[in-house]
Design a protein around this ligand. Structure first.
Ligand code: MIG
Length: 674
């Protein structure tokens, strides 16, 4: 059951698609303090809190403060408060069980037993929000109800589930060709190459640098013949430049955000001084979305939207202001205190949150300060593109994912987990974010494999790829000036080929489970706590996940480990795929097990009386035979059925009807169509 409580007058977020009537009773579980703008509830010692999408720390979010305030956060670690996105949905499980969604476009703080170890407190920045309280039979039931309320998750084209190679640093057409050549020469699978900001002419959105990429349409067509899609980046900020049509037209029509005085707001990002499309206005959104056509027309079928928190390096006003304040220190004998004060002034210029108070949106004719609707920006930039693709590409799905998001955006695109680091801890963080994001509707998601910032190592890329083969978005990406980390930069080519190939072997299962999850509002990745709520051990597991109906994953995430402890909440069969092409199958009883896993081994577990459809692989998704699948099975005394979903991988109108094949497995493990 979903109850809706209205406080003040919320600026519409368009997140909730089916709004229940407003409840007249008082909101349960929480004490409301209107003056302090807080919702407070005690947490019992065994209460757990799940959700909040993209955030640091555990699957169980207890013990920290999380702020929903979309922020460029390339240094995130344990002490980080706010990430790129704002995902205000959580579920409390324990003495009480309920879901809570804070439908609110501004900045929210979730203090989950941080200030007081026995208290959860949610604080808004103004008291205009719709709060939804969802009760149900189980956590999964609550999540399903929430997902039904917010609308169906975005479904990408199937090729987007292939492996993609990316790097900030591919500058020319020959850089791109080289990546493809190396993968193909080594007989390694690859489906896409990502274009980072350097493909553009002076970082101007929807343009292509003619010297570096003389004929993008031709390149894109040629690569498609090799099964490769090019996926260019689009940044939120539009270069301020006379004669650049997007800038000129947007200025003329008033489609950019403005300052308080109504003049266009200018901030500095990659293109230099830039304007910010007012994607919160329906008209400007349609206009901005239409710009993607310039690239669609050149054969491009996928995009990633970046810098849409929005990230703003500085504004000229703030630069002037800062220079002036800092210059006051000139000629003075600085004591340490004033030195640090000066440094504080200097550093606050970059990505200053104060900037968000300096510009405005035009929402239905009303001028609205950006700060009050801050978290809607990345969502609506991506919505602009997603809505446009519905018009411009009515038959074919287009790949789209975004760095910043808010719940609601899950209907238009996926999200990646932002600028992570080449740290083992971020490999584990990648795993932990998956179910939290799924709860919020983000099914098409993954992290930069190998880590974005910092220099990586071969074993980290290998282990990370061993997790990546399970995540819908599977992309190796790294930052400018870091160690190159395409798999061919390393030593063990047989190892990488083996691990990458396993993705294509597993794709029939991942795609089938994935689409079913999207269509039925289910989670693809689930904490063990959701599937085995009665099992005291299982509910505390933070480094294993259920994947789809029949599988559990437990990747190795520690350097130099050659295995790990795994807790089995029931009897399961362990599959180990070795790089020499052999595989082991071992049945393990419920309980703790040390599971060996050599650096290039791929391991996962299949639940009792379940089966996993697999293919014989391919060098790109188009080569995978989804129609003639084989099965990895764990017959365990019973019979079982599997509903296998497949389609052409492109059609927009995705439905189960007519796309399900039922397979039945008998007690001996023989599988036939039912
Ligand atoms: O300020 O386009 O998260 O994936 O490579 C950095 C360059 C801008 C941030 C993205 C990252 C991308 C990078 N971008």
């Amino acid at each position: 059951m979903i109850r809706r409580y209205v406080f003040g007058h919320m600026i519409e977020t368009d997140t909730v698609q089916v709004k229940p009537a407003v409840s007249e009773d008082r909101i349960p579980y929480f004490a409301v303090d209107v003056e302090k703008m807080t919702f407070t509830m005690p947490l019992g010692p065994d209460d757990r809190v799940y959700g909040l999408g993209e955030n640091v720390r555990g699957i169980n979010k207890r013990g920290w403060i999380y702020r929903s305030c979309a922020t460029d956060q390339p240094y995130h670690q344990e002490d980080t408060l706010q990430m790129y996105s704002a995902h205000n949905f959580l579920v409390v499980e324990g003495a009480n069980r309920f879901g809570l969604f804070v439908d609110y476009p501004g900045i929210v703080t979730f203090d989950i037993a941080y200030t007081d170890i026995n208290t959860m407190q949610i604080r808004l920045s103004d008291f205009n929000a719709d709060i939804y309280v969802i009760t149900g039979d189980s956590i999964l039931d609550i999540v399903r109800q929430f997902r039904q309320m917010i609308g169906q998750s975005y479904i990408p084209p199937r090729w987007a589930m292939g492996f993609g190679q990316s790097r900030w640093g591919y500058v020319t057409e020959s850089d791109v060709r080289n990546v493809v050549r190396r993968y193909r020469e080594l007989g390694m699978p690859l489906d896409s190459v990502y274009l980072d900001i350097d493909y553009m002419d002076h970082y101007k959105d929807f343009t292509v640098d003619k010297e570096r990429f003389p004929d993008l349409a031709k390149l894109s067509a040629e690569l498609k013949e090799q099964g490769i899609h090019l996926v260019p980046i689009i940044d939120a900020a539009v270069k301020l430049e006379d004669g650049y049509s997007v800038c000129d037209e947007g200025l003329e029509k008033g489609y950019f955000c403005t300052r308080e005085d109504g003049e266009p707001f200018v901030g500095a990002v990659w293109p230099g001084l830039s304007l910010f499309p007012d994607v919160l206005s329906a008209e400007a959104r349609a206009w901005f979305g239409n710009q993607y056509r310039a690239l669609l027309d050149q054969g491009i079928e996928g995009f990633w939207n970046d810098m849409n928190e929005p990230a703003i390096f500085y504004t000229e006003e703030r630069l002037e202001d800062t220079l002036e304040k800092v210059s006051e220190y000139r000629g003075k004998k600085l004591d340490l205190q004033s030195f640090w004060k000066m440094m504080g002034i200097w550093n606050s210029m970059h990505h200053s949150p104060g900037t968000y108070r300096e510009f405005y949106h035009n929402i239905d004719g009303k001028r609205v300060c950006h700060e009050t609707v801050h978290n809607l920006y990345g969502y609506n930039m991506t919505r602009a593109a997603g809505e446009a693709f519905g018009r411009l590409s009515p038959d074919k799905r287009i790949l789209l994912f975004s760095r910043s998001s808010c719940i609601g955006m899950h209907r238009y695109g996926g999200t990646w987990m932002g600028d992570n680091r080449s740290w083992w801890s971020h490999l584990l963080l990648n795993l932990k974010m998956l179910p939290s994001l799924n709860m919020c509707g983000f099914l098409f998601t993954g992290a930069d494999i190998g880590g974005f910032n910092n220099d990586t190592t071969e074993d980290l890329v290998m282990r990370w790829t061993e997790l990546g083969i399970f995540t819908p978005l599977m992309r190796n990406h790294s930052a400018l000036r870091t160690r190159e980390q395409e798999v061919y930069q390393f030593t063990d080519m047989d190892g990488f080929r083996h691990v990458l190939s396993m993705r294509y072997v597993l794709l029939p299962y991942i795609y089938s489970e994935w689409v079913k999850a999207a269509l039925c509002d289910e989670m693809l990745f689930r904490p063990l706590a959701f599937d085995y709520p009665e099992d005291e051990r299982a509910v505390r597991i933070e480094d294993q996940l259920m994947l789809g109906d029949g599988m559990m994953i437990a990747p190795v995430y520690e350097q130099n480990a050659v295995g790990r402890m795994v807790y089995l909440p029931e009897r399961m069969k362990l599959f180990t795929f070795h790089k020499d092409g052999t595989r082991d199958e071992v049945v393990l009883e419920k309980g703790d097990h040390y599971v060996p896993c050599a650096l290039t081994d791929v391991i996962f577990f299949v639940r009792s009386n379940h089966m996993i459809p697999v293919s014989s692989g391919g060098h790109c998704v188009a080569e995978v035979d989804f129609d003639h699948v084989q099965f990895l099975t764990f017959p365990d005394g019973g019979s079982s059925e599997y509903e296998y979903y497949t389609d052409d991988g492109l059609t927009r109108d995705v439905k189960l009807d007519g796309h399900i094949t039922k397979y039945r497995m008998d007690a001996a493990g023989a599988v036939c169509t039912a």
